[in-house]
Design a binder for this molecule. Structure first.
Ligand SMILES: Cc1cc2nc3c(=O)[nH]c(=O)nc-3n(C[C@H](O)[C@H](O)[C@H](O)COP(=O)(O)O)c2cc1C
Length: 209
């Protein structure tokens, strides 16, 4: 696959088969994180990899309850406030939040060092540089995974999920994780949401907006 094919092929896939990701493939994919640009040339990323249904279930146990609350509130009003594609994505994604993290049997928690300023209380935009670098690294991981024929889905931690996980995995105080990342192989009938069609000409503005 050339680079632009990888870009096209990278999609969020929330249905996994039971084919296991080997450690060699996993190492290759995660090493892509260290090729991304990073603030202050730090590259302070660490990964917790969790396999085994019981271990994963323990880590993601708050996800089901938290998602159920959102699901009930959100989907009822969703149709009126979301566009069609967004709504269709939520209808597919919300019921799968916990399952997708279990199903691939390879859960990765990408940690980054958040120095100086608490993540959720930034002093200015540059205090988010650690977070921004971590997401640049995440995109590299997603693209590398795609190039390796893997499927990916991730969930951003909400409410108590981050603190709960950090405690369980004994993460150092100054480290945060970007998301719960499921890496695996797509199920045969895996659902892929309709991609939005964007005309680039409509989004590029010369000189003024
Ligand atoms: C910042 C961010 C947060 C996201 N949070 C979630 C999430 O919590 N759960 C989930 O299933 N997908 C999540 N997604 C995936 C998006 O739903 C998905 O990228 C979007 O629908 C576009 O689909 P695509 O990735 O196939 O292009 C998130 C994506 C981004 C970039």
């Amino acid at each position: 696959m050339d680079f632009y094919q990888v870009l096209e092929k990278r999609r969020t896939i929330r249905d996994f088969s039971d084919k296991e990701v080997t450690d060699d493939v996993l190492k290759k994919v995660l090493s892509a994180a260290f090729k991304a640009p990073t603030n202050d040339h730090l590259r302070q990323f660490e990964f917790i990899v969790v396999k085994g249904q019981e271990n994963i279930a323990r880590l993601v146990s708050p996800v089901a309850e938290n998602t159920k609350n959102i699901q009930q509130n959100r989907l009822e009003i969703a149709a009126s406030v979301m566009d069609k594609d967004e709504h269709a994505m939520f209808v597919d994604a919300l019921p799968k939040q916990q399952r997708m993290l279990m199903q691939s049997n390879c859960l990765v928690l990408p940690f980054f060092r958040q120095k100086d300023c608490p993540l959720c209380h930034p002093a200015d935009q540059s205090s988010l540089n650690y977070f921004a670098s971590a997401w640049a690294a995440m995109e590299n991981i997603l693209l590398a995974a795609t190039a390796e024929g893997l499927a990916c889905a991730f969930r951003i931690p909400i409410e108590n999920e981050s603190e709960y996980v950090k405690k369980l995995v004994k993460a150092p105080e100054e480290y945060e994780f970007t998301c719960f990342l499921a890496l695996g192989y797509a199920a045969k009938n895996a659902h892929i949401c309709k991609q939005k069609e964007i005309r680039i000409e409509d989004r590029i503005h010369y000189d003024v907006w």
